[in-house]
Design a protein around this ligand. Structure first.
Ligand code: UD1
Length: 418
């Protein structure tokens, strides 16, 4: 079983180049099947979730090829309409193919993705919105068949919660619908805007992405496009937290600062010095001892991101004083807490609330990652723990980080994969 071995206590100094955003590239790759022409996706991160998405595209009949950081997709020969269960199980977000596949082929068959590491993740908002657009669902033996019915017609959809995945699925289903679709209480995450920017480059007519109300005027046809994926804001937060706990002085280049509006104040409150150069490069200098934070509540964007919660928790576990974290998005997003306790953290969880009592130092131990950001939080903790930390569960980490050990080694961490 592969493990990351970290000798804690090394100071991080130097420059970090950010990968492309995982949560952007996945829906954008699904979107490439909406046209029959080639698309070139630039700044495509090398992640296991991207590898599975490429497998799905190939399975459906697309031709794909990687040229450095560019992924080229030719969807002209797409000829299948089902996504096998093995893919759905490997990557829950393959549900994102549903809207695109039905729009391109008239029907699709998928299996239900089942549970996930973050607790039950219902898909009711995806299905009810797609139904409102005129799609018909049949469910049996764990499979879902979805067809166009009498065609996809623009509709007014109101989401009871701004779900990221549901907003994306509805955009993908509606870009070629007849008429105008409005999605009210849409998710406002930057990755939604990235998806819409790619689709608009392909000839779609989407307005308001990144805001609460998205308006989509259906078009008959889309063409291919060359498009560059935005930088990964959660990877940025990961490296900021890593530098904060490891007496760091790092420069993260080509970052989108607006995407970090809700987290930069937390780093500043903790005593980190943040400097911005040329509007897109962020320097973080860690204090001698981090300070605790006032209450942090995870919220839909532009609020504090749930994906950053485990990372900031690892950081606050060595801050002076107590901090409170309230997880409002996912039910089971504290699985990393037990492992942080093994490293010597003092954290109490009651329902959705965690109280983090900062300790002076953590001490290295064997720990196991249970989900993507929880495993990254263990890396952050391991960087400042005394002695050796061994982290297993790397399949989770590899879903979302491109060579995290290489990136951290380059700035001085003692971290290797065995
Ligand atoms: C996406 C991100 C994930 C991030 C999350 C929240 C991708 C690939 N993943 O996940 O990294 O943590 O947004 O920012 O982009 N819900 C329902 N019914 C639905 C759909 C969602 O009740 O039909 C609930 C979920 O159970 C959860 C909440 O809504 O409690 C947020 O989920 P959602 O925004 O849909 O997250 P994902 O798109 O799955």
């Amino acid at each position: 079983m592969p493990k990351l071995v970290i000798e804690g206590g090394k100071s991080l100094q130097g420059e970090i180049k950010l990968q492309g955003a995982k949560n952007s590239v996945l829906p954008i790759l699904a979107a490439t099947i909406l046209s029959e022409e080639e698309s070139v996706i630039q700044n495509c991160p090398n992640l296991s979730d991207v590898a599975i998405t490429i497998e799905i595209l190939n399975y459906l009949g697309c031709k794909t090829r990687l040229e450095g950081e560019n992924l080229i997709i030719d969807p002209s020969n797409l000829n299948k309409t089902e996504i096998p269960e093995e893919y759905m199980r490997k990557m829950r977000s393959s549900i994102i193919f549903l809207g695109a596949l039905v729009s391109r082929m008239g029907n699709a068959e998928i299996s239900l993705p089942g549970g996930c590491e973050l607790g039950p993740r219902p898909l009711d908002l995806h299905f009810s919105g797609l139904r409102q657009l005129g799609m018909i669902f049949e469910e049996s033996h764990g499979k879902i068949k979805c067809s166009l019915g009498r065609g996809v017609l623009g509709s007014n959809i109101v989401l009871s919660f701004p779900s990221v995945g549901a907003t994306e699925n509805l955009i993908l289903a509606a870009v070629k619908a007849k008429g105008i679709t409005t999605i009210t209480n849409a998710a406002r995450e930057p990755e939604i805007q990235d998806l819409a920017d790619y689709l608009n480059k392909c000839g779609a007519k989407i307005k308001g992405a990144g805001e609460g109300i998205i308006k989509i005027e259906g078009v008959k046809k889309l063409h291919g496009a060359k498009y560059r994926i935005i930088p990964d804001r959660i990877a940025a937060i990961t490296y900021m937290a890593a530098a904060a706990v490891a007496s760091g002085d790092i420069l993260i280049k080509k970052i989108n600062l607006e995407h970090l509006n809700s987290v930069i104040p937390i780093f500043e409150e903790s005593g980190c010095m943040i400097e911005i150069y040329n509007k897109e490069n962020l320097r973080l200098v860690a204090p001698e001892r981090l300070l605790s934070s006032t209450a942090i509540r995870t919220m839909p964007y532009p609020g504090f991101p749930t994906d950053a919660q485990p990372l900031i928790m690892a950081m606050l576990s060595v801050a002076e004083g107590s901090s409170m974290i309230i997880e409002n998005i996912f039910e089971s997003r504290y699985k990393h807490v037990g492992e942080l306790l093994r490293l010597g953290a003092d954290i109490k969880v009651e329902g959705r609330t965690a109280i983090v009592n900062g300790v002076k130092r953590l001490s290295g131990a064997e720990v196991k990652g249970m989900d993507l950001r929880g495993t990254a939080a263990l890396v952050v903790a391991g960087l400042c723990a005394e002695g050796t930390t061994k982290i297993s569960g790397l399949k989770h980490l590899d879903r979302g980080y491109e060579d995290i050990e290489g990136t951290l080694s380059k700035v001085g961490a003692d971290i290797k994969r065995i």
